[in-house]
Design a protein around this ligand. Structure first.
Ligand SMILES: [Zn+2]
Length: 150
């Protein structure tokens, strides 16, 4: 099955995306953090992913008794967006509990860069302030698959 392109953005999509400020997106991430399944680390994380069409996809970390099967909040949000036909990402907000900084881990940075190297990444520092960076600054020299060799 070939991947299906996302439907063209509806009129007003850019305006909706623009209206989603870092603070609003962070609030969405904070709300979904409550859904995290984190009985082992007790480190619940929420993520809210904004697409170019103005939709927001949510994710939380889902841990497993077999630790290696755990999935981060950011990747949960990306997978939900891709399954809905969305691949153009504008920004993602990530938050752990107050007092804990939670920039995306290396695995999540690599997964995000597959779709949108130029996207914005928002996270909270330990004082609760929203930090932001372009993804490409957080993951310089990302792995990119090229047929026939690097
Ligand atoms: Zn991660």
């Amino acid at each position: 099955m070939t991947p299906r392109a996302a439907a063209p953005a509806a009129p007003g999509a850019r305006a909706r995306a623009a209206a989603m400020t870092p603070a609003r997106l962070m609030e969405e991430a904070r709300r979904v953090r409550r859904m995290a399944h984190a009985p082992y680390s007790r480190f619940p994380v929420g993520a809210a992913l904004l697409t170019r069409s103005g939709r927001v996809f949510l994710g939380c970390n889902v841990e497993n008794a077999s630790y290696g099967l755990t999935t981060c909040a950011e990747r949960s949000a990306v997978f939900a967006a891709v399954a809905a036909g969305e691949r153009e990402f504008v920004a993602i907000a990530v938050t752990a509990r107050e007092g804990h900084g939670a920039p995306p881990c290396g695995s999540c940075r690599q997964v995000l860069q597959e779709f949108a190297p130029g996207m914005w990444v928002y996270w909270r520092d330990q004082r609760g302030r929203i930090q932001k960076s372009r993804l490409k600054a957080l993951l310089p020299k990302a792995f990119v698959f090229r047929k026939g060799g690097a």
